[in-house]
Design a protein around this ligand. Structure first.
Ligand SMILES: Nc1ncnc2c1ncn2[C@@H]1O[C@H](COP(=O)(O)OP(=O)(O)OP(=O)(O)O)[C@@H](O)[C@H]1O
Ligand SMILES: [Mg+2]
Length: 419
């Protein structure tokens, strides 16, 4: 929505007055005025415009700046010149126990394959950007932030976003005791005061009308918690080394739902587009992760993944398969499942989920051209089937014979017994 020209100075001052009454102890920020303006008048105005309007009225937000005070505004040149920290901090940080548990361990990142993208993400974070990792499903958008936290040995918090999510729900809990508010800080509020990584995953799930909180968080690097300080209201400054990142699947034929974020949000971020894994990367990951998987199987599973992806795209089937499904196939297989079942349960039967059984047969045929054991398995299966048939016909012949013999005996018994 474009900024309204109808917002008068009086309207802005009224919003400010109301906020001052509501939060008498804190400095009122542009984003709060912005929210108030939206609430009161249904008008949307950019935060920088709000700041500018108050300055032009001679009432800058945050009080009058004395002339002698140098204005410290982090210039882009300064941040570019900042050394890029790519190694874990030398001084060990003593985190409180409740945050220590959020530091990723070796087990959390087992089998992780470092790519050039990881270096780029490190650079974005080292330069205090707010990176959005974006791209197709299962390309490592989420995992890469956790790996960064692992390398830095700092806590990692993943917040999975949803449509009507509002940030303040994560601030903490308030309870009433003898008529007074007791506020307990949530993990988000605790973590943002330490070197850490806070990842808002699937950010495009959030309704755009609910994204304003995020602008404020990125713009001002602080959280205003209304119930903080036991109801008095508190502004939490975000630690300089608290990294805030995002991940999203941009909308496409395969990813329905979700919003396209407005430029007021995107303008405060940097972007890394994750491509699909290459063949070489997939086979390296399988080898790293599944040491029990023989080399020829690594090749077959890798080939199958790429042939299957090609089959789906050539037939314009709007379903994605990712490394996740491939890993499920491998894991089922290593757990002793028949190869055919492992492939079906891990990947191929996704086509039943989207009600496309014809394509499923096609995908299985693709698998048969790649896995040599699959043909042996099915030949063995055929052998077993024909054995079963032979056995069944043998059994039915024997039963008939026995029945006929029994019938003859019964008939003769009957005959003997007849008066
Ligand atoms: N660099 C990597 N090295 C090894 N395995 C990886 C790597 N990146 C991702 N994976 C594997 O791929 C899986 C999916 O990764 P991740 O959850 O990060 O994908 P995503 O892009 O966030 O997917 P989605 O769009 O569904 O959220 C991981 O669980 C892991 O098994
Ligand atoms: Mg993800």
């Amino acid at each position: 929505m474009p900024p309204s020209k109808t917002v008068t100075d009086e309207m802005l001052c009224k919003c400010l007055e109301e906020l001052r009454l509501a939060f008498p102890t804190g400095i009122i920020r542009a984003w709060q005025v912005k929210d108030q303006l939206l609430k009161e008048c249904g008008e949307v105005m950019d935060e920088s415009t709000i700041r500018g309007r108050f300055i032009s009225m001679g009432k800058p937000l945050g009080g009058v700046i004395p002339v002698s005070t140098p204005i410290v505004d982090p210039s882009p040149i300064q941040s570019v010149l900042k050394p890029i920290v790519v190694e874990a901090p030398k001084v060990k940080i003593e985190y409180p126990d409740e945050l220590k548990a959020f530091i990723p361990t070796e087990a959390d990142v087992a089998g992780y394959l470092e790519r050039d993208l990881d270096k780029r993400l490190e650079t974005h974070y080292a330069l205090d950007k707010h990176p959005i990792t974006q791209g197709p499903q299962g390309t490592g958008k989420t995992f890469s932030h956790m790996f960064y936290a692992f390398k830095q040995q700092i806590p990692f918090m993943l917040i999975s976003c949803y449509q009507d999510m509002v940030l303040h729900k994560f601030f903490g809990d308030k309870t009433l005791k003898d008529g007074s508010i007791i506020f307990r800080e949530g993990v988000l509020v605790k973590m943002c005061q330490w070197p850490s990584v806070i990842l808002f995953d699937e950010i495009n799930a959030v309704d755009n009308a609910k994204s304003y909180d995020f602008h404020a968080l990125l713009q001002n690097r602080e959280l205003f918690v209304k119930d903080g300080d036991d109801g008095k209201g508190k502004i939490y400054k975000i630690h300089n080394d608290c990294r805030i990142g995002f991940a999203q699947n941009p909308r496409s034929a395969k990813y329905i739902g979700g919003t396209v974020k407005p430029s007021s949000f995107l303008g405060r971020c940097s972007y890394i587009t994750f491509p699909n894994f290459s063949k070489d990367e997939i086979s390296k990951i399988l080898k790293k992760k599944y040491t029990a998987l023989k080399d020829d199987k690594v090749m077959e599973f890798t080939d199958f993944f790429f042939e299957a992806s090609a089959y789906l795209s050539q037939n314009s089937i709007a379903v994605d398969i990712s490394i996740r499904q491939l890993e499920s196939c491998v894991e089922f297989f290593l757990a002793g499942m028949k190869l055919e079942d492992a492939l079906h349960d891990g990947m191929i039967s996704v086509l039943d989920s989207i009600s496309n059984p014809t394509a499923k047969d096609g995908l299985f045929s693709v698998a048969r051209t790649i896995f040599k054991d699959l043909n042996q398995e099915s030949k063995q299966g055929e052998k077993i089937d024909s054995l079963k048939e032979k056995l069944a016909s043998q059994i039915s012949a024997d039963i008939l014979k026995a029945a006929a013999a029994g019938f003859g005996q019964a008939a003769s018994t009957l005959g003997q017994g007849a008066p």
